[in-house]
Write a protein that binds this ligand. Structure first.
Ligand code: COA
Length: 182
């Protein structure tokens, strides 16, 4: 982990524009998508148990963030993935699970252990015994990170309305696996 970046609680509602700038640079969002995401993030933050961690430089710049919440089968994300998981017999993962909704690290700060520290930190304080998330269904740094933490595929080729690429839904027992542990 880089020693000049601090991981800590983030008031995501207050810093939503900075966070979306990080996401736009990391994930490639256009201005119109940022505006849509802004409303979605602010709505998510009203859900019970929603919380966030940020990665901040000594001069206070946000360079990474994660947020998530206890899963609720009534939430939109859960209703989209449920039939795919049910077809695989894995939909029990939707109960008693902490969902990672977004995780992004600004290019230039990636591959220094910040993403791992953010997702491990937020799930370490979860009361749930497991965690679920969705990631684009292709090999990527994100997919490699999630596998190294113990996340395994629960369903693949999951289509979200309006998303051009299929996603994989992954789940891991908590606490997440540490490097070197088996
Ligand atoms: C995915 C992401 C959050 C990871 O954050 P990060 O700070 O770069 O990741 P870390 O430095 O903590 O790396 C942890 C692990 O990720 C994997 N990883 C990181 N960079 C990688 C790369 N360039 N190629 C392959 N694997 C990589 C490795 O498994 C790595 O573990 P290791 O360092 O022990 O080998 C970051 O790359 C990112 O923001 N990507 C773009 C946005 C995105 O895809 N977000 C996730 C949406 S589901």
């Amino acid at each position: 982990m880089t020693d000049d970046v601090v991981i800590g609680p983030l008031d995501l509602a207050a810093r939503v524009d900075e966070a979306l700038r990080v996401q736009a640079l990391a994930f490639g969002l256009g201005d119109d998508e940022v505006a849509v995401r802004r409303q979605i993030v602010l709505r998510h933050l009203t859900y019970p148990g929603a919380r966030s961690l940020g990665a901040t430089t000594p001069d206070g710049r946000l360079v990474g963030f994660v947020y998530g919440m206890p899963n609720d089968r009534a939430h939109w994300w859960s209703t989209v993935v449920e039939p795919y998981l049910r077809a695989q017999g894995t939909d029990g993962w939707l109960d008693h699970s902490f969902v990672i909704t977004e995780l992004h690290v600004r290019p230039g700060y990636q591959s220094r252990g910040i993403g791992r520290a953010l997702i491990t930190g937020i799930t370490d304080s979860a009361a749930e015994p497991r965690s679920i998330l969705s990631a684009i269904d292709a090999e990527s740094p994100a997919r490699g990170l999630y596998r190294s933490l113990g996340y395994a595929d629960l369903a693949c080729q999951v289509l979200f309305p309006s998303a051009p690429k299929p996603y994989a839904v992954m789940g891991a027992p908590l606490p997440l696996r540490r490097p070197g542990a088996h």
